[in-house]
Design a protein around this ligand. Structure first.
Ligand SMILES: *Cc1c(COP(=O)(O)O)cnc(C)c1O
Length: 434
């Protein structure tokens, strides 16, 4: 199979430098436990489509309404992708062209707002996304952004605050969803508030769309006017995004994506999105989604047993946010130490964080990539143990412990090959033991 490692003779002979870097990344992804909750392992089939000849095509416009000829295949590819998206999410319209999640969200602004209009979203340090009106983003600079957060006592979205702010500021759009929310999003409650103030509700489910189609998180379909999602997080597809809606909003969204914001769609990505949607419609994807959540729940319990302070006291989904304040060490050094020990997470602000975003109090971790490798709940106490040891070692400045754990993690990780890397992992495991 040409998508297994060390079998890219064309790339290696044309560009040995980049070829070697890609092989090094393959090794990193096999040897380490990747626990950044927005990352995953796309299947060999998804990667194949991403690297296909469709990267050669230009298709500005939409199927049947293109500005270039030669669309016999590209039209079909996009139609299949959009149809699969509509079926899987139970919506009337799908635009599969946004280059990524941020661009998809910008298209929503362009479709429904004018600069200066009011938009409401969750504050970034509380768990929201940059594009929901945070100040450094164009969405916070060119629009009047109002931000809600979580309750200090519960760490959960403060719906009373959402309602009060909505009534006071009358936003045109309300975003729900975010990047560091460990709990179920109450789409019905948000829809009620949006209706009360006559705002458009946008559900940004970038992180959780795989959980939604896998049946382990409620769907925003029927509640949100527009659903925005990336395709590369729990959905396990290529880097990309989709906008889903009723037909009522289809024209405005389509015009905003093209020609409003983008040029030609990435047809290779569109094909890979179609493949990922096909995979996500198979029965075993439901097992996958259940495993993500089961893993996260056991990991959360094991961390709590070890004295870790979890924002909101646990998790309902794929994501855990740890406030390390009580451990006496900030997020950044722990994230760096974990990486050295073979466990890759990101440092993250926690709600009401007294520290700076570039040196915050927490780390954010998740189980989507582990679950893709088949790592199940029974393995989570061991991973919690390593995280605990690394946290303690960071406080002591004990690098030997990190290097010892790195060896243990590597041996463990290679027993769970990422999709398409079984042979490679056996070879690597042997290399070490002989
Ligand atoms: C990841 C994410 C995005 C942005 O996606 P990119 O593909 O990185 O642009 C938008 N919204 C939310 C909630 C996200 O988690």
């Amino acid at each position: 199979m040409s998508d297994t490692p060390h079998e890219s003779p064309f790339l290696a002979s044309v560009d040995p430098e980049i070829s070697a870097l890609i092989e090094a990344e393959e090794l990193r992804e096999a040897e380490k436990l990747r626990m950044i909750p927005s990352e995953n392992y796309a299947s060999p089939a998804v990667r194949k489509a991403t690297g296909s000849v469709l990267t050669n095509k230009y298709s500005e416009g939409y199927p049947g309404r293109r500005y270039y000829e030669g669309q016999q295949i590209a039209d079909r590819v996009e139609e299949v992708a959009a149809e699969r998206a509509r079926d899987l999410f139970g919506v009337e319209h799908a635009n599969v062209q946004p280059y990524s999640g941020s661009t998809a969200n910008l298209a929503i602004y362009l479709a429904f707002l004018n600069p200066g209009d009011t938009v409401m979203g969750m504050s970034l340090p509380m768990g929201g996304h940059l594009t929901h009106g945070w100040g450094v983003s164009v969405t916070g600079k060119w629009f009047n952004a109002v931000r809600y957060g979580v309750k200090p006592e519960t760490g959960r979205v403060d719906l009373d605050e959402v309602r009060a702010l909505a009534k006071e500021h009358r936003p045109r759009i309300i975003f729900c969803g975010g990047t560091a929310i460990p709990r179920i999003i109450d789409f019905a409650a948000f829809a009620e508030i949006a209706e009360e103030v006559d705002a458009l509700l946008v559900a940004d489910v970038a992180h959780i769309s795989g959980l939604i189609v896998g049946g382990v998180h409620p769907s925003p379909a029927g509640y949100a006017s527009v659903i925005s999602t990336t395709t590369h997080k729990t959905l396990r597809g290529p880097r990309g995004a989709m906008l889903l809606s009723d037909v009522e909003y289809a024209g405005a969204l389509d015009r905003a994506v093209f020609p409003g914001l983008q040029g030609g769609p990435h047809d290779n990505t569109t094909a890979a999105i179609a493949v990922a949607l096909h995979e996500a419609s198979q029965p075993d994807f439901k097992d996958y989604a259940r495993r993500i959540v089961a893993d996260a729940k056991v990991l959360a319990e094991s961390l709590i047993e070890r004295g870790f302070d979890l924002v909101s006291g646990g998790t309902d989904n794929h994501l855990i946010l740890i406030d390390l304040t009580s451990k006496g060490v900030p997020g950044k050094p722990v994230a760096k130490a974990l990486d050295r020990a073979g466990i890759v997470v990101n440092y993250n602000t926690v709600p009401f964080d007294p520290r700076k975003p570039f040196d915050p109090s927490g780390i954010r971790l998740g189980t989507p990539a582990l679950a893709t490798r088949g790592i199940g709940p029974e393995e989570m106490p061991r991973i919690a143990g390593w995280i605990d040891e690394v946290t303690e070692a960071t406080r002591r400045g004990d690098e030997d412990t990190l290097d010892r754990i790195r060896g243990e993690v590597r041996e463990f990780a290679l027993e769970f090959p990422p999709p398409g890397f079984a042979e490679e992992c056996s070879r690597l495991a042997l290399e070490r033991s002989t």
